[in-house]
Write a protein that binds this ligand. Structure first.
Ligand SMILES: [Zn+2]
Length: 557
């Protein structure tokens, strides 16, 4: 480039940036944020492009420059944008494009819903769905291929359980996958068989791969639509950032494309899934950050065990409701250790799914030696779920600087099942937010959508009340473990940002940070706590732009 061209390029840049530098002031709000860690109220906020340049504390005179755009907030409540520290965006996006079996009342009800969905979508080669939960059905029994075969004799059907740790296939799907009575489950999986040795149609954990491998995979174009739909939906719920808990090369490529095209509705902090195609190369390329920080990736996701509902969580002692059974570890110890070592040495934060007390203890042990060797304590490695803990393992999170990435709605959804799986003693270390907080452990909140609803107000409500939406049980389920409203908001904002190494950028509304915020009808600090889950978002702003407004929505959510 010649000197004159450079000067022209610079002056064009300057003109552009001057044209683009637009200050916006939103006044007359009931604002809450964390400033230097403490909850602070404010009345107005101004930002230029995507960055906050002033937060007006209560009583401070609001005096915007003449050319600023001024918006009257009409006294509504403003909060920092909420962050879900553990969700599955692509899965959620596809779930928006698939049959939803959440809250089906019986196996037959699930079949009926699937049939009507299939009739509405005749072009689909495979009928896929998600969300059934046999624990909610009166017979409390796994479903069977037969009930699907009656209405789908020729079309393959694959329906995942609500927790994603089991799947239900019809006979056509099993035939396409080559499943017979002779089929054996891979390590870390189980094919449920009847008395005569025939597969019943239910596949647990790693055995699900036997069916999934034969499903025609969605095209990148379909995946891109799913991601976009998901991000728009998440924004409408008040989420401005999500930690995507396990993405592969293809998914990373799509996020980079969307970020490059300026089409990211919300921020994504991705975790590279191990093992996935070319994961070693992804690690070698090092952490990634788009210029506007709409997409970042500097962590990996590893899976240690399964889930409690399907009895796949790895426990030290047998399940209280299944003698001799202790759940499943998904990898051998040396494989886990290898993943952890390689990732830490590449400078990545390691986020491992561990639900059972055995999985949690094992991961803390492996982290302890790996952190020492790699000297990466400052990377704030995480345990995803940290659901069932031995009491003596709780202080280890703090001493290893390990973050507990937890999902409050799991406690209120699991409460019926968890005590029977774990018994009265082990339950004391389960979903133990208060014990973790009292041990100075940072809790990053999430929902694990699409396992649970991504609605962060469900999560805030569950954290604060430990009750379901019918305010049951009175006083909260193991109510000693409740969080305060401030702690719950922290876990969905500044602490979730900290867990994603973004506390300098998002998580609170402070000068120099990104203008990511939401506007609500009610004040979550003064409204009755049993109503918090019903709170509706009026507006969601990301990087200084409004990405959702309830006023635009004609149908009810
Ligand atoms: Zn998950």
């Amino acid at each position: 480039m010649k000197k004159t061209q450079i000067i022209t390029a610079i002056s064009v840049l300057l003109i552009n940036s001057q044209l683009m530098a637009q200050e916006t002031l939103i006044k007359n709000v009931n604002g809450y944020t964390f400033i230097n860690e403490s909850l602070t109220q404010f009345s107005a906020i101004s930002f230029t492009n995507d960055t906050i340049n002033k937060v007006y504390l209560q009583g401070e005179i609001v005096d915007p420059p003449i050319d600023a755009i001024v918006i009257n907030g009409q006294g509504k409540t403003m909060l920092p944008g909420l962050i879900d520290a553990h969700g599955h965006v692509l899965g959620y996006g596809h779930s928006l494009l698939r049959v939803d079996l959440v809250n089906t009342s019986s196996e037959l009800d699930a079949v009926k819903r699937t049939l009507s969905y299939a009739q509405d979508n005749p072009s689909l080669k495979w009928i896929q769905g998600r969300g059934w939960n046999q624990v909610q059905w009166s017979n409390n029994t796994y479903p069977n291929a037969e009930s699907l075969d009656k209405v789908f004799p020729n079309k393959p059907v694959w329906l995942r359980r609500v927790d994603g740790h089991a799947g239900w296939a019809n006979s056509k799907a099993m035939a396409l996958a080559g499943i017979t009575s002779a089929s054996k489950a891979p390590i870390g999986g189980e094919i449920i068989k009847d008395k005569s040795g025939q597969p019943t149609g239910v596949f647990i954990d790693n055995a699900m791969e036997l069916i999934i491998a034969s499903i025609t995979q969605p095209s990148p174009a379909e995946d891109k639509i799913a991601l976009t739909r998901a991000m728009q939906s998440l924004a409408s719920l008040g989420l401005t950032s999500v930690h995507d808990a396990g993405i592969d090369q293809k998914n990373i490529g799509l996020y980079k494309t969307l970020a490059g095209e300026g089409d990211m509705t919300i921020r994504i902090n991705g975790m590279l899934y191990l093992p996935s195609i070319n994961w070693q190369q992804q690690l070698e390329q090092g952490p990634y950050k788009s210029t506007d920080e709409m997409f970042v990736m500097h962590s990996v996701k590893i899976q240690a065990d399964g889930a409690l509902g399907s009895r796949g969580a790895s426990l030290i002692h047998e399940y209280s409701d299944h003698s001799g059974h202790k759940g499943l570890l998904l990898h051998e110890n040396k494989t886990l250790q290898h993943y952890i070592d390689v990732s830490m040495n590449a400078g990545f934060q390691v986020n491992t799914h561990a639900i059972g007390d055995n999985a949690n203890k094992l991961i803390l042990d492996l982290y302890q030696s790996a952190i020492q060797k790699s000297k990466t304590k400052k990377l704030r490695h995480r345990i995803e779920h940290a659901q069932v803990l031995r009491l003596e393992d709780i202080p280890r999170f703090y001493s290893l600087n390990v973050i507990a990435s937890m999902q409050a709605t799991h406690a209120t959804s699991d409460k019926n099942m968890a005590v029977s799986r774990l018994g009265e003693e082990r339950i004391l270390g389960a979903y133990a937010w208060r014990k973790l907080l009292d041990n100075n452990v940072v809790i990053a909140a999430g929902s694990d959508f699409p396992v649970e609803s991504p609605n962060p107000f469900y999560g805030l409500h569950a954290s604060i009340t430990r009750q379901d939406h019918k305010s049951f049980p009175t006083g909260g389920w193991y109510g000693d473990e409740k969080m305060s409203r401030v702690e719950a908001l922290r876990s969905f904002t500044i602490d979730a940002a900290y867990a994603g190494h973004q506390e300098q950028v998002i998580g609170s509304l402070e000068v120099g940070k990104k203008a990511d915020f939401i506007i609500l009808e009610n004040d979550i600090f003064t409204m009755p706590e049993n109503k918090i889950w019903q709170e509706q978002v009026l507006q969601t702003w990301v990087a200084g732009k409004m990405v959702f407004s309830a006023a635009d929505v004609t149908t009810t959510k």
